[in-house]
Design a protein around this ligand. Structure first.
Ligand SMILES: C[S@@+](CC[C@H](N)C(=O)[O-])C[C@H]1O[C@@H](n2cnc3c(N)ncnc32)[C@H](O)[C@@H]1O
Length: 423
């Protein structure tokens, strides 16, 4: 029952490091269950905003910045790792000794987080992990995503207003904060460690936003043996690696910048050496603004890339993919597709190109708080890169200009697959 869930879930210590049991759902559950959970999440948030005092709600929202700042402290200090396998918890003095942080301040930070259901306080000043703080373990790439979002991203957000009212609107909030564009900053001595954690942060974001559903929603099992997928700017290739593990008859060509491909090779050698040994994966560095993608692959899969770039650069990237395609190739864009926050009748050119996954009334049609990450991502794009997430119509127009014909939309939770063929 709901009462049992509320009493069990965040308020008791996590038993140990590995147990899933009733304490965690796997990240990727089937789409119907994902939607059911999102309805509950959306309804709870909408109800809170409806019944609590508006002043309380608005102040709580305003004060939220203290929570990410605190999450960065505990994640970098590896507090969740010190608590691993200790359901009886550790005293704050021991946590302060282990982490080298000030005991009084660390206790206050942890108490804020306990109050928002991250960590448990099992006895006064004794803290333990719970199902949420387990995501902050060093072994979980979500902890790198937490660091990216609470460090570079939070810093950039605080310059949003300045950048909005500036006469010269060309600098992103991130550039105002650091003096450099986002990816350039990662190449500096100061930003290098942050650049190194970026690919793992992408893995963590993908884990949470349903990347595993890629293997479930597209009919990969119907593709012939040795069907080749070019993972265009695939980072370390974590998404197509998971896809290939689920469908071993597929092959992958991983493309990205040279330094990223070097990390990608290490990642595959470590995580999926059989694929490397059996030559089921190739590593081909490229610059997607200048070079044609690997020629003649069956699929070109492009995930979380176009949101990084305005239309002009996205046009170049897609054109370099289009040039590499044979007539039977398919392009699959896997990205966040922005929905309206208000119910509308669609003006899409065809029934197939209509978003059907709409939350029932009286919820917001876009699932409100349950998919707030979609809109937060759009803001992150604005703050870090000066780019934007797109609506379905915007994707169709952009791809049409690059000589792609829309084939099919697969709604996958909080991201979607849009399939195109070459014209
Ligand atoms: C947001 S990440 C997405 C990575 C991956 N597709 C995923 O879903 O995790 C953007 C990727 O674009 C790559 N990238 C940026 N500029 C590039 C360029 N000029 N040529 C090729 N890849 C580039 C980055 O190295 C990075 O791996």
């Amino acid at each position: 029952s709901v009462q049992e869930i509320i009493s069990i879930y965040p308020n008791i210590p996590h038993p140990d490091s590995t147990s899933l049991g009733i304490y965690d759902l796997p990240e990727n559950v089937p789409p119907e269950l994902t939607r059911a959970i999102q309805r509950v999440e959306a309804a709870c948030a909408q109800l809170s905003c409806a019944v609590a005092s508006p002043g309380h709600v608005v102040l709580n929202k305003t004060l939220l910045h203290a929570e990410p700042a605190s999450l960065l402290v505990v994640t970098q200090a590896r507090i969740a790792d010190y608590l691993l396998g200790k359901p009886d918890g550790l005293h704050i003095s021991e946590l302060a000794r282990l982490s080298g942080l000030d005991e009084g301040k660390l206790g206050r930070i942890l108490r804020l987080l306990v109050t928002s259901h991250v960590f448990c306080e099992v006895k006064p000043n004794v803290f333990s992990n719970n199902r949420l703080s387990m995501k902050l373990l060093k072994s979980d790439p979500v902890s790198d995503t937490v660091c990216l979002l609470t460090d570079e991203s939070l810093m950039a957000s605080s310059y949003l207003n300045e950048s909005m009212i500036a006469k010269d609107g060309s600098k992103t909030p991130f550039e105002r904060a650091t003096g450099l564009p986002f990816f350039e900053y990662h190449k500096t001595p100061e930003g290098k460690a942050k650049g190194d954690r970026f690919p793992r942060a992408m893995v963590g974001w993908g884990n949470v936003t349903g990347k595993g559903l890629l293997a479930m929603v597209y009919p990969w099992e119907q593709q012939p043996v040795d069907t080749t997928i070019c993972d265009v700017a695939g980072g370390n290739g974590h998404v197509t690696m998971a896809l290939m593990k689920a469908h071993p008859h597929l092959k992958v060509v991983l493309q990205d910048q040279e330094q990223v491909i070097i990390m990608g090779k290490q990642f595959w050698n470590q995580e999926y050496p059989e694929a490397v040994e059996r030559e089921r994966v190739q590593f081909v560095p490229f610059n997607f603004f200048q070079d044609t993608a690997a020629e003649g692959c069956d699929f070109y899969y492009i995930r979380s890339i176009l949101r990084d770039w305005p239309d002009e650069q996205s046009f170049l990237i897609l054109s370099n993919v289009r040039k590499a395609m044979k007539p039977s190739s398919r392009l699959i864009i896997h990205d966040t597709v922005l929905r309206q926050a208000v119910r509308t009748t669609s003006a899409s050119p065809s029934q197939d190109a209509t978003l059907k996954d709409v939350a029932p009334e009286p919820l917001l049609p876009n699932y409100g708080a349950a998919r707030i990450r979609t809109y937060e991502l759009d803001m992150i794009m604005m703050n870090l890169l000066g780019s934007a997430a797109r609506t379905l119509d915007e994707f169709l127009v952009l791809c049409g200009k690059c000589n792609f014909k829309f084939e099919k939309l697969y709604e996958v939770g909080e991201t979607d697959l849009i399939e195109f063929s070459p014209i």
